[in-house]
Structure formats: structure tokens, C-alpha cells
Design a protein around this ligand. Structure first.
Ligand SMILES: *Cc1c(COP(=O)(O)O)cnc(C)c1O
Length: 388
């Protein structure tokens, strides 16, 4: 064959095969759209849904299957589906479990782009959306209608950090046959055993602690139940939510250190928050481990740790212009969205426009506490507070 074959074909069909027996610690990166079958029968027999083999790059490679399995282990789940961002994972859940005529209940402190998505589902797809007070607890039973299909929860909620009574919400939902999905990003799945509390579907923005590098966008949806996972797999296939092999590798590289990083973020954030709690400029520390945070008692009951992300409410005497000066005056803290990386970040939020109701006066700034020396971060905040 080789004698008659042109070099052009040899460039595509080489005979070389690397020897077997290579062992190394990193997970191999498999790049593939096309996946090969030994023969037609093997191709016809292969099922893309059960993950017992490979069919097409979109449905997984050894690299992505390994990442999925590891993420499921962290959450005590059995199944995991990856999506190209945390928001895409939210889209996946909504499209898997909602159809025209259904209703979804969403906490008023939900991650803002999720609210944008829900409003779109309402306007253009005929899915009813109602927002509830994140502290509603078992009172959610009173909101559940015959067409309520899904209840979203977030623990704690984005930016304002209220911790919901998850077991009470799950109990009320399950009494009426409604599914509960949790955005568990803040705890990275390390500090909140969601399935034990009754949650059906766990969503993660892997962009945060799982990446840890402020470089990868990815999301995951984790379940224990095979039927729920099948719905998610179907939605994933229909939406075409593929992820890049190199991105999957970056996450596999970061996961082994995630718990140590998370605990370091936790300790540093509590130290910074404690220091801030003694400052006259700050009215309230919105950190679940601090008593001023709504739902602090639920955090104590349900969580085993805390993330490095929290918010501060300034005394109402300070104007937005003043607190903007504080944020602009920070040197180590950079201004930017997302979190979970080693760099400290600060973002001021205009809460009134984000929420159905927001009772507080005073400006809110959200802080991601990175892995710089905590004393340096405190010194940075101290000098920026002078600028108020
Ligand atoms: C960042 C984030 C998301 C979305 O993740 P992306 O990967 O940025 O799309 C969803 N939920 C929460 C709570 C987040 O912080």
C-alpha cells in the first residue's frame, strides 16, 4: 500500500502508532469532533446517552467524562453534564425541565443573567416566572401552583448573600412534586452537601473555584437521579453545548488544589470581613458566617465552610460617588466581574435596579477575597477607606 500511496495521503494516514504503556499523572487531553468506530455494527450499537462509549466529540471524550465524574464525586452526585459557561448550565436546566405553560419560581436575589434569561423565557416562550423572597422558607408552599415545575434556589444569593432555608423549600416542593435546582457555586460543592438537604439538581459555575485561574468559562449540572440526568443529556444534545478539551484539562489540573484554595479563601475572607465589621464606615457585613447576614442560622446549620465572596453595606451617609472613590482607590483589589480566582476583586452594585425589593439604604460593594497576604488586603482597604 505504502509504495503506491502518494505522500499527500501518507500525511493524513500514517502507520506510526506510539507504543502502549505510557503512564503519567495528568489526564490526557483528547481533542475530537469525529470519534472512530471499528465497523458499522459498532457504530450502530453505540449509545450516546449512557456514556458507556464514545460517539461524537459533542457527547464526550475520556477527558470530559473524567471531569464529569470528578465533579459528580465532589457533590455526592452520580451524573454530571458540562456546559460552556455557568449561565449555559442554567439554560440547560431550564430547557430540560420547562415547557410552554409551566411556571418556574426564582429567588429575588438570583444571579442577574439568570433573571434576564427567565424574563426572555416568559416573554417569548410562554413560561410563567415568579420571583420569591429568598427568605421565604416553607412559605414557598403558598406559591406553588399546579403548573409550577421548577424552583430555583441559590445559597447564598448573588450579591446580597441571603442564605435560604433549603431543607424547608425542598420539603415544600417535594410535597407537591416540584423539582428544586440549586446554584451551588459559592460553596464550590465543598461546603454545602446539597443532595443531603433534598436538592434535586445542582448547578455549578466552574468558572469560579473549579477553574481558580480567572481564565476558563464552564458550567456543570449534577444529579443523583438517572431520569433527571437523561432529560439533561437530551437538552444538552439538542442545544449543542460542547466544551473545549483544553478547558476541560485546565479544570482537571485545578481540581486537586480546589479544597486547599477554598479553605484559604474562606479563612482570608472571614479575617477581612471581621476587620471591616469594626469599621464605622461599614453598616453591615453580608457574609453568611456573620450574624448580620440574613439566613446566618441556616448557614450554621447546613454549611461546613464559606467561600471567599461577600458584600459590605456602607453607612447610608456615604454617597455612591464616595463609595466609587473607595473602589477606585483600591490597589490590590481589581475591578471586575466573576470571582473564585487568586486575585482580589471589588464590584459596586446598584441594588435597587437589580431586585424586586431592596430594603437597605447605603451603597453595596462586593468583594472577592483572593489569595494575596490578608494583611496586605486589609491595608489596601484601609487606605482606600481614607478616600471616602
Ligand atoms: C458566575 C456565576 C454564574 C455564571 O457563570 P458563568 O460561567 O460566568 O456564566 C452563575 N451563578 C453564579 C452564582 C455565579 O456567580
Amino acid at each position: 500500500m505504502k509504495d503506491r500511496q502518494s505522500l499527500q495521503t501518507t500525511l493524513i494516514h500514517s502507520d506510526y502508532q506510539a507504543p502502549d504503556g505510557f503512564g503519567a499523572l495528568p489526564q490526557a487531553i483528547h481533542h475530537a469532533s469525529t470519534v472512530l468506530f471499528d465497523n458499522v455494527a459498532a457504530m450502530r450499537a453505540r449509545n450516546w446517552q449512557d456514556k458507556s462509549g464514545y460517539t461524537y466529540g459533542l457527547h464526550g471524550t475520556p477527558t470530559t467524562f473524567t471531569l464529569e465524574a470528578r465533579l459528580a464525586e465532589i457533590e455526592e452526585g452520580r451524573h454530571c453534564v458540562l456546559a460552556p459557561s455557568g449561565l449555559a448550565a442554567i439554560v440547560l436546566v431550564n430547557f430540560a425541565f420547562l415547557k410552554t405553560g409551566d411556571e418556574v419560581l426564582i429567588p429575588d436575589n438570583v444571579y442577574s443573567p439568570s433573571r434576564e434569561l427567565a424574563n426572555w423565557l416568559q416573554q417569548d416562550f410562554g413560561i410563567a416566572v415568579r420571583y420569591y423572597d429568598p427568605m421565604i422558607g416553607s412559605g414557598i408552599a403558598g406559591l406553588i401552583q399546579p403548573n409550577t415545575r421548577l424552583i430555583w434556589t441559590e445559597a447564598p444569593g448573588s450579591v446580597s448573600m441571603e442564605v435560604p432555608d433549603l431543607p424547608a423549600i425542598c420539603q415544600a416542593a417535594h410535597d407537591k412534586g416540584v423539582l428544586v435546582a440549586l446554584d451551588n457555586t459559592w460553596s464550590a460543592g465543598l461546603a454545602l452537601p446539597a443532595f443531603r438537604l433534598g436538592v434535586d439538581i445542582v448547578m455549578q459555575a466552574l468558572t469560579k473555584y473549579q477553574s481558580g485561574g480567572s481564565d476558563v468559562l464552564m458550567g456543570a449540572v449534577i444529579t443523583q437521579d438517572k431520569t433527571l440526568n437523561s432529560r439533561l443529556e437530551s437538552a444538552h444534545m439538542r442545544l449543542g453545548f460542547g466544551i473545549g478539551a483544553d478547558d476541560a484539562y485546565l479544570l482537571l489540573r485545578s481540581l486537586p488544589t480546589m479544597k486547599l484554595r477554598f479553605e484559604a479563601h474562606d479563612a482570608a475572607a472571614r479575617k477581612v470581613a471581621s476587620w471591616l465589621s469594626n469599621r464605622p464606615e461599614i453598616a453591615t457585613i453580608l457574609h453568611p458566617a456573620f450574624p448580620g447576614c440574613p439566613g446566618h442560622a441556616f448557614w450554621q446549620r447546613d454549611f461546613t465552610g464559606a467561600g471567599g465572596l461577600f458584600s459590605i453595606l456602607f453607612d447610608p451617609q456615604y454617597t455612591e460617588a464616595q463609595t466609587d472613590r473607595f473602589v477606585d482607590g483600591l490597589r490590590l483589589f481589581k475591578i471586575g466581574f466573576s470571582w473564585g480566582g487568586v486575585h482580589s476583586l471589588a464590584v459596586p452594585y446598584r441594588m435597587k435596579g437589580m431586585r424586586g425589593s431592596w430594603p437597605h439604604q447605603g451603597q453595596l460593594v462586593r468583594l472577592n477575597i483572593g489569595l494575596e497576604a490578608t494583611d496586605d488586603l486589609i491595608a489596601d482597604i484601609e487606605q482606600a477607606l481614607q478616600l471616602l
